[in-house]
Design a protein. Structure first.
Length: 172
């Protein structure tokens, strides 16, 4: 419970196993998490402002329970799995070179988000604003253009062909 209800500014958390910790009602401002295990952390009411998670393991987190006021968080070279980003405003959020498995991005604003180089295996995008987002060199995404907003969204060949998966067609 030592992280619950605390405020951290310009702190670096490096190589720490935070599995099952409670960040409930805590504030993290200009903080970096490097090579940390953040599995099953309680994020109820947590505020993240200008927070970077690099080379972290993030398993089973419900980011939708964090406080969205002034939310700004970036992910680089991290493993995210079974985490929820639904019903959130994540405009300009970066997920660079991450493994993003089985995560939910339902009703999420991801305008200008950056998923470059990421693997999005089994992650769900539904009713999501992906305008101006980048999926360059990303793979294993399953995005239905009929149920998401795509405007000037960037994709790379050959992975962009996966946008046709919803149609019962053969591509040779």
């Amino acid at each position: 419970m030592k992280y619950q209800g605390q405020e951290y500014e310009a702190e670096i958390f490096k190589g720490i196993d935070l599995t099952g910790a409670s960040f409930k009602n805590s504030k993290f401002i200009d903080c970096n998490f490097e090579n940390c295990n953040l599995s099953n952390v309680d994020l109820n009411g947590t505020k993240f402002k200008d927070v970077l998670l690099r080379e972290c393991k993030i398993l089973g987190l419900d980011f939708s329970k964090s406080n969205e006021f002034m939310l700004s968080i970036w992910f680089k070279d991290s493993f995210l799995s079974y985490s929820v980003f639904s019903d959130m405003n994540l405009e300009n959020t970066e997920f660079i070179n991450c493994q993003i498995y089985d995560c939910d991005f339902v009703n999420t604003n991801l305008k200008n988000a950056n998923f470059e180089g990421s693997d999005l295996k089994n992650s769900i995008f539904q009713n999501t604003n992906l305008s101006f987002a980048s999926f360059k060199n990303a793979k294993n995404y399953n995005i239905d253009p009929n149920h998401n907003f795509l405007k000037r969204t960037k994709f790379s060949v050959p992975e962009v062909i996966s946008l046709l998966n919803i149609y019962d067609i053969d591509i040779e």
